[in-house]
Design a protein around this ligand. Structure first.
Ligand code: 13P
Length: 253
């Protein structure tokens, strides 16, 4: 596992102010678990309040618009997110790709706008079940990466990749450890090809899809897994901290 694993909770379209107590509990526990980098991506409406309630953990957003501003009713720019307290933005989540028709080029434009606003970015990729069944998982993910990642003068520390097999999200199903290892090794090769040996080696690769405390050790122990992007299990402090505790224990052992 990475030197300091990165465990990120994606609250998706969940959470009203009553859930801030969960963020507070997570933040308090993070103080003790300094070997793990912990972050939450609440819905837009809670970013500012979460930042105020939780001073230690990272706080980020789940999406943004690629433009700096203008006539885009209902959209939120990267600069607005930064202003509300976000330090990172998740882009290209498969739910955005599926529900909002986002293509790799859109994801890349969003990622560039996040970096331009001075935040870090988590770029999500992952294959569908059909694509895995026909043996195309690695090629699909490689293609998504090459078309979605921001290139150029990118500081590698500002880019994180999240590998989330679409069929494992919210289903309770996970790939085998061997499959996760093979995919993460393959992603690393793409990153090295894309950013060069040194910068490509620095990009963290998270696994996401049905991670919970019970399977965290196995999934985080796969080759080149730098942390986890957690959906359902991040909605309660208990569920999320169970995963963070596993990551912390793995650092100590
Ligand atoms: P689940 O952990 O609920 O499967 O969601 C994963 C995910 O999509 C995180 O972004």
């Amino acid at each position: 596992m990475a030197v300091r694993p990165y465990i990120v909770g994606n609250w998706k379209m969940n959470g009203t102010r009553s859930m801030l107590s969960e963020a507070r509990s997570i933040d308090r526990a993070a103080e003790r678990l300094i070997k793990v980098e912990v972050a939450l991506a609440p819905p837009f409406t809670l970013i500012h309040a979460t930042r105020k309630e939780a001073g230690l953990i990272g706080v980020g957003a789940q999406d943004c618009h690629a433009a700096e501003g203008g006539a885009h009713t209902g959209d939120i720019s990267a600069a607005m997110l930064k202003d509300s307290g976000a330090g990172f933005v998740i882009v290209g989540h498969s739910e955005r790709r599926a529900n909002h028709g986002e293509k790799d080029a859109d994801v890349k434009a969003k990622a560039l706008s996040v970096l331009a606003a001075g935040m870090s970015v988590i770029v999500c990729v992952g294959e569908t079940e059909d694509q895995r069944d026909v043996g195309k998982a690695e090629s699909v993910v490689a293609r998504q990466l090459k078309a979605s990642l921001p290139e150029g003068e990118v500081v590698a520390e500002k880019v994180t990749v999240a590998y989330e097999p679409v069929w494992a999200i919210g289903t309770g199903r996970t790939p085998t450890v061997d499959d996760v290892s093979a995919m993460h090794r393959s992603i690393r090769q793409v990153l090295i090809g894309f950013y060069g040996e040194e910068a490509g080696a620095k990009v963290r690769i998270l696994y996401g899809g049905s991670v919970k405390a019970e399977n965290a050790a196995e999934l985080l122990g796969a080759d080149d897994v730098g942390g986890a992007l957690v959906g359902g299990a991040s909605l309660t402090a208990d569920g999320f901290l169970g995963i963070v505790a596993v990551a912390a224990e793995m650092q100590e052992s």
